[in-house]
Design a protein around this ligand. Structure first.
Ligand SMILES: Cc1cc2nc3c(=O)[nH]c(=O)nc-3n(C[C@H](O)[C@H](O)[C@H](O)COP(=O)(O)OP(=O)(O)OC[C@H]3O[C@@H](n4cnc5c(N)ncnc54)[C@H](O)[C@@H]3O)c2cc1C
Ligand code: FES
Length: 257
């Protein structure tokens, strides 16, 4: 089943960190949502804003967690419980279910963390002992969802650029160590493109790597080509649409440098 135009009522609003808001809602059509997929949300102006699902429940419960960066997200952050949101959802291609036989590492930077929490929430039961979570942020206050990951039974490894929480530096340090001890492992990553490009360079040849891309978007459904990124090798067409071919790609599909 494809994406639908949905009207959802905000059931809960939470300020989860300075300038970071999570909105909860539910709709039967969201039962089909896959971690890594997104909602294209009407805010101000004509362009919708894409936000990944941070939570996906079996009965269609869902949430989005976003950082206020401009006009659209500022409008969204002002919404209150009981108000209605206009969504196109679920959109795009999400993460594949993890291979239960391989160690699994989820690596998120900033607002790339929420879709990985949705993935562990959906697929993590019984895989806690196989799962490693690495969360990176600029500073302690921007480390998102650490307690949510703990509640699923996985203690996250945290890195901050300024050293205010966890290891000083980026997610690359702990991830490099993880690849060394788990060369056949599977990594699900999401975050800013420079972080994903660096992660792709670290990939061990026997491992699997899936990247959740964030890109400026227009239509959100594959028609306008506002969101294209270069494809790897001699693929035709030489680009991929983040909104409809992604936002999740196997690392081999893209040319990130
Ligand atoms: C598939 C997908 C999933 C996303 N999931 C999330 C999420 O879970 N949480 C979240 O906080 N954000 C997420 N984003 C980013 C989010 O869509 C943008 O932050 C939002 O559209 C900005 O709208 P605005 O009107 O507030 O800002 P604008 O006024 O449009 O822009 C403000 C500033 O943010 C930058 N910006 C805007 N859009 C993006 C973007 N897509 N990527 C990088 N920089 C951008 C602009 O260059 C500008 O500097 C996602 C983006 C995509 C494509
Ligand atoms: S946003 Fe229009 S094709 Fe991707």
């Amino acid at each position: 089943m494809g994406p639908k135009a949905l009207e959802v009522v905000i059931a809960r609003r939470e300020l989860v960190a300075p300038e970071h808001v999570e909105l909860y809602f539910s709709h039967p059509a969201l039962k089909e949502a896959v971690p890594g997929q997104f909602a294209h949300i009407a805010t101000v102006g004509t362009l919708r804003r894409p936000i990944s699902f941070s939570r996906i429940g079996e009965a269609g419960e869902a949430a989005v967690l976003f950082r206020v960066v401009g006009r659209g997200t500022a409008w969204l952050a002002e919404r209150r419980e009981g108000e209605v949101l206009d969504l196109l959802a679920p959109l795009g291609r999400g993460y594949p279910p993890p291979d239960p036989g391989r160690p699994w590492c989820l690596v998120g930077g900033g607002v790339g963390i929420p879709p990985l929490y949705a993935a562990l929430g959906k697929w993590g039961r019984g895989m806690q002992s196989m799962a490693t979570v690495i969360l990176g942020a600029r500073t302690a206050a921007a480390v998102l969802m650490a307690d949510d990951f703990r509640a699923l039974g996985v203690e996250p490894t945290i890195t901050t650029d300024d050293g205010s929480l966890g290891e000083r530096g980026t997610v690359l340090g702990p991830l490099r160590r993880w690849w060394q001890t788990h060369p056949e492992g599977q990594v699900y990553a999401c975050g800013p493109t420079p972080m994903l490009a660096a992660i792709a360079r670290l990939k061990s040849p026997g491992g699997r790597l899936y990247l959740g891309m964030e890109q400026r978007m227009g239509c959100g459904v594959g028609a306008c080509l506002a969101c294209v990124v270069p494809a790897a090798g001699a693929a035709m067409p030489p680009w991929r649409r983040v909104c409809s071919d992604g936002p999740v790609f196997a690392a081999e599909e893209l040319r990130l440098d």
